[in-house]
Design a protein. Structure first.
Length: 570
């Protein structure tokens, strides 16, 4: 089988034997489609753009970082329990392909990146004799296509995936896989089967970035000589003499190694401008504009791709929430629908006894304060019962959470109500441990977020050793204390209430934390030199990032009723 046949095994939905056209031949020989800028656009050239690489990593790593669970549904779907004995659970949670040692994280990351860039990603589900998934094998998206096959006996049409692959004997083979044995994660499409391939449909947008990047490379390689020409008062005796002169001039004055070396001309020669300078043609602005274009293509905030022109959100938490809602969640729902359809047994789907879902709580925790205020307001107004927010947050219901919380001026009217209240109070302690554990985990997550923020700020400040002492006194608490108080006050209060304490020691804990950090940094600034400051600050940043969260949780846990009460304003 020739190289052309190998590269073009594409089959149309109508006819499985579509011949190689002249357009496809040109596309193959040029290594991809040609953009209006004249550059070839294919997977390799597009991945050479830093913005594209960043966008793919951001989306695919965000999906891969979330745990996937097979959940058994009880109480009409309101209670979800992890079914770790389900045959699909180890494939999705730990190792997607045990034979090739492909972890679940690697599988989700690579499949998502392929789906974003190529429009669709495919994986074969290899099953055992019990029809349970034994391996999830990634397929080459360029050699996998959906086709509809008609059964001549029954006249019914069924969906298959045509696959071309290399067998153990290094020979190309073709096969048809039933749709139920292929996981297909795809982006936007118009027929329900195929998806739009970004590289082809947005080739001009990608080509502009590739052209700008190559132009910049050639500009720096050639130095400044490419913007001038040499004028001489005499003619060369022959073209060969002219070529030799140009070659000597280029060797002496062109390239990075000759940058800023002034040309010296004799015999009346002159150096004259050929055109606009690189700044005049707004070369750098073109590169920044292309970052915004890539952000629009991948549906990401441009700041996450390195655009420093502006920040789209007032806080990191809002940015994360927007990223999850608009960029990551659509891919999560694609995955969840496909896994539910292909990895659950028919009886599990028919009875709605199981589902497969990503664990989003780690992302949703970023907006804890706003959601907590909303739930508190709705429950206090009797517009929601306690179990409704628990269902939204992915928590199991509690027996006493299906009735509205009485209003402050509302008293029970009758013995039946009193009996119900007594039963509720008796049932609530059974879940105290669960609430305490969940509140402790949330407090630790928020504390870790604060420590990462402080570590990043310390490293940035240490890059300017001349102003480090002023930064400690003027910016350490001014820039970060309010953020810490806003994000920790709610989790700390919930943590304390779950343990029967009525106080909120957030201010005391934070004041102690910032006092210790300020004293430690001040001591470093007094003894360190400009050369050693960054190294010593880095040790402090690493210490707080690794141990700071545990320190906060420990101090909150040791607080007792003897401390002064800090009224909660949350």
């Amino acid at each position: 089988m020739g190289a052309i046949d190998t590269a073009f095994g594409r089959r149309s939905l109508e006819n499985i034997n579509v011949p190689l056209t002249g357009h496809n031949l040109v596309k193959y020989l040029q290594g991809g489609s040609t953009a209006a800028s004249g550059v070839a656009v294919n997977r390799q050239t597009v991945l050479g753009l830093a913005g594209v690489w960043r966008a793919l990593n951001l989306i695919s790593n965000s999906v891969a970082s979330l745990n996937v669970h097979v959940l058994r549904l009880e109480d009409d779907g309101r209670r979800k329990i992890r079914d770790v004995r389900h045959p699909a659970y180890p494939r999705l949670r730990y190792q997607a392909d045990p034979d090739d040692f492909v972890s679940a994280e690697t599988f989700f990351r690579n499949m998502t990146a392929l789906a974003v860039l190529e429009g669709a990603a495919y994986a074969q589900i290899a099953r055992d004799n019990a029809a349970s998934p034994r391996r999830l094998i990634m397929l080459d998206a360029a050699n996998t296509f959906p086709v509809r096959v008609t059964d001549e006996a029954t006249g019914r049409r069924a969906l298959y995936y045509w696959v071309r692959f290399v067998d153990v004997d290094q020979r190309f083979r073709e096969d048809y896989l039933p749709a139920e044995d292929v996981l297909c994660v795809k982006g936007i499409g118009f027929d329900g089967l195929t998806a739009v391939k970004l590289i082809d449909h947005l080739k001009d947008a990608f080509g502009q970035g590739i052209a700008v990047q190559r132009y910049g490379g050639r500009f720096f390689v050639n130095g400044d000589s490419g913007r001038y020409y040499v004028s001489l008062p005499y003619r060369f005796k022959s073209p060969k003499v002219a070529e030799d002169f140009a070659k000597r001039f280029e060797e002496k004055y062109a390239g990075l190694h000759n940058a800023h070396r002034p040309p010296i001309m004799d015999n009346g020669g002159e150096i004259k401008m050929l055109g606009m300078s690189n700044e005049d043609s707004q070369f750098l602005q073109t590169g920044k504009f292309h970052l915004v274009t890539l952000a629009n293509i991948f549906n990401l905030p441009s700041a996450l791709l390195g655009d420093e022109a502006k920040t789209s959100f007032a806080s990191l938490e809002q940015e994360h929430a927007s990223l999850l809602l608009h960029s990551i969640n659509p891919w999560l729902e694609q995955w969840e629908g496909e896994m539910w359809q292909k990895l659950l047994l028919e009886r599990e789907k028919e009875s709605m006894s199981h589902t497969i879902a990503f664990e989003r709580k780690g992302w949703l925790a970023a907006d804890l304060k706003g959601r907590s205020e909303f739930y508190k307001m709705m429950i206090g107004a009797q517009a929601m019962v306690p179990n409704e927010p628990r269902e939204i947050e992915g928590l199991n219901p509690v027996p006493w959470g299906d009735e509205p919380i009485p209003l402050p001026n509302e008293s029970p009217s009758g013995s039946a109500a009193s009996a119900d209240d007594e039963a509720s109070r008796d049932a609530a302690p059974q879940y105290a441990d669960e609430l305490a554990e969940a509140s402790g985990d949330e407090l630790k997550r928020q504390a870790q977020s604060l420590m990462r923020r402080l570590g990043h700020a310390l490293r940035r400040a240490a890059k300017k050793p001349q102003g480090f002492t002023d930064w400690i006194s003027e910016h350490l608490e001014a820039d970060h204390y309010a953020f810490a108080l806003d994000n920790l006050a709610g989790p700390v209060r919930l943590y304390q209430l779950s343990r029967g304490a009525a106080i909120n020691p957030t201010r005391e804990v934070l004041e102690t934390l910032f006092l210790e950090l300020r004293e430690e940094l001040t001591a470093i600034s007094e003894r360190a030199t400009y050369e050693t400051l960054a190294e010593q600050v880095e040790r402090v940043a690493l210490e707080y990032e690794s141990e700071g969260a545990e320190r906060i949780v420990s101090r909150v846990g040791h607080c007792h009723s003897g401390l002064s009460v800090i009224p909660s304003h949350n």
